[in-house]
Design a binder for this molecule. Structure first.
Ligand code: ZN
Length: 482
């Protein structure tokens, strides 16, 4: 039996609530995953690490967790749901690729970047393009319930009609009546009856590549629809937790909630969780600001584990500002924890009884994590444990068998298994082989250069280039990237 009470801040009720699962002992978690049209970047790291710790913590407590995280590979248009190019189709056109080549490339890149952050893979990772039938069925149900209409081959969610029966805006705290009262013209735009309506199905233009047949037109589903369809399919009509970044609250999750309610008479989600966003040197992260840091670039400077530690130092609902100073501090903090974990295994058991200060540490860490996943407080208590290990190391404190038991629970279970902090994620054997070969090749090139055999060193560089490997000579040595 799971005896601990976990409290989660529910965006819907705007307060912390005791977590009571729909099915005893089980957690159904749905998290909005990436739209795979570009290199994974820093913005992907925070939700991935946050929900990874949530999953790990529930499993540690003894829950069976079904963690569903989707891949958006269709229908995410440039301007939210309804307008502009499909992000993936646009990338495909720019790079003369098939859209599914774009999806495959960036899904692999995303998986690799997340694996290095030591995030566990989801239990199910459904793709939007693999669930077109489910999405069409869902549209039919919303149409039958009277909360959608067809217009020129597209289908739109009827927000004013929905708002008459239910309330639209409850998740993001918007009042649609006020919004409508403040809008001069309530005339729809294009095929929409009201400017608040959003697309469930979009008729495709002739040049649009990713399209499917439907009762209404050859087209594609609206972006918000996939998460309603796939969460219901894999977690049921009512499930426990829906997570995502704060930027998804509106319109994405608000629309999801409306779609769920319109089709099945209930919102379907017990707890809505939202992680705050990352800022870079105090500014919101985004491509337009030029602070769009890819994880691949970042990993060259800071280890993925440092980034993970840095993320856990802030509460997931709090702001987190990325700067090189903060990252350097995180690097040092992580080192201290991992060193203490190693030291705790080599210290002598010379004390007796149990040190009450040490004994209560595990309990305090558990309390912090049960309190809406308060990782910064949990880490502060782990640093207390680090302090005790260091005191034992310099001989000013004697540790007993009982103390070592507590420290082992902290350093061998909670730090690696719940917080996911480990020395470094093991590279795959293939990566190790490539790294070994590159070391060897660059050494041969260095030797050629040192005896002024530039023909050989240039030939090595050119051959590597033709394999897609670029090398750069710096003061510290030669850097390479694929
Ligand atoms: Zn979603």
């Amino acid at each position: 039996m799971i005896s601990r009470k976990v409290y989660i801040y529910n965006t819907l009720s705007r307060r912390k609530e005791e977590f009571i699962p729909v099915h005893p002992g089980m957690v159904g978690l749905y998290v909005c995953g990436p739209t795979v049209y570009g290199e994974p970047h820093l913005g992907h790291a925070r939700p991935a690490v946050t929900y990874d710790v949530l999953v790990r913590f529930f499993r540690y407590l003894g829950y069976k967790v079904r963690y569903v995280r989707n891949i958006t590979d269709v229908g995410h248009l440039e301007h939210d749901a309804d307008e502009g190019d499909d992000k993936i189709a646009k990338k495909a056109r720019l790079e003369s690729l098939e859209p599914m080549e774009v999806v495959q490339t960036y899904t692999i890149a995303y998986h690799d970047a997340m694996r290095r952050l030591n995030t566990l893979p989801p239990s199910i990772e459904p793709r939007a393009s693999g669930h077109i039938i489910e999405q069409i069925e869902l549209i039919k149900r919303i149409l039958d319930a009277g909360f959608a209409y067809e217009s020129n081959g597209s289908v739109y969610f009827d927000v004013p009609a929905y708002n008459k029966k239910y309330r639209y805006g409850i998740l993001s705290g918007r009042n649609i009546d006020d919004m409508m009262a403040n809008t001069r013209s309530l005339d729809g735009t294009g095929d929409k009856r009201s400017p608040y309506d959003f697309a469930l199905w979009k008729k495709a233009s002739p040049q649009h590549i990713m399209k499917w047949p439907s009762p209404w037109s050859e087209g594609f589903p609206g972006w918000h629809l996939e998460c309603s369809a796939m969460s219901e399919k894999y977690l049921g009509e009512e499930f426990d937790i829906h997570g995502g970044g704060m930027d998804l609250q509106f319109p994405h999750h608000e629309c999801e909630l409306a779609q769920n309610t319109a089709s099945r008479g209930q919102g379907g989600v017990k707890y809505w969780m939202h992680n705050n966003l990352l800022t870079v040197n105090g500014q919101k992260m985004g491509k337009s600001l030029g602070n769009f840091t890819t994880l691949a670039d970042l990993y060259k400077v800071y280890s993925p584990m440092t980034i993970r530690f840095f993320i856990l130092q802030a509460h997931y609902r709090g702001t987190l500002d990325f700067s090189s100073e903060a990252l350097s501090a995180a690097e040092k903090g992580l080192k201290r924890v991992l060193q203490a974990a190693k030291d705790s295994k080599t210290l002598s058991h010379s004390g007796s009884g149990a040190n009450p200060e040490i004994e209560k540490l595990t309990e305090s860490v558990m309390d912090a994590l049960c309190d809406d996943l308060n990782t910064p407080v949990a880490l502060a208590r782990i640093f207390d444990a680090v302090k005790f290990v260091n005191q034992a190391k310099d001989g000013s404190l004697r540790l007993s068998d009982k103390d070592f038991e507590t420290l082992a629970e902290l350093f061998d279970r909670i730090v690696p298994d719940v917080l996911g902090l480990v020395d470094e994620v093991q590279a795959s054997s293939e990566e190790k082989t490539v790294e070994g070969l590159m070391d060897m090749i660059l050494e041969v090139r260095r030797e050629a250069k040192s005896r002024k055999d530039f023909a050989t060193s240039d030939k090595i560089r050119d051959r590597l280039n033709s394999l897609g490997i670029t090398i750069k000579d710096t003061k510290e040595g030669t850097e390479w990237s694929i």
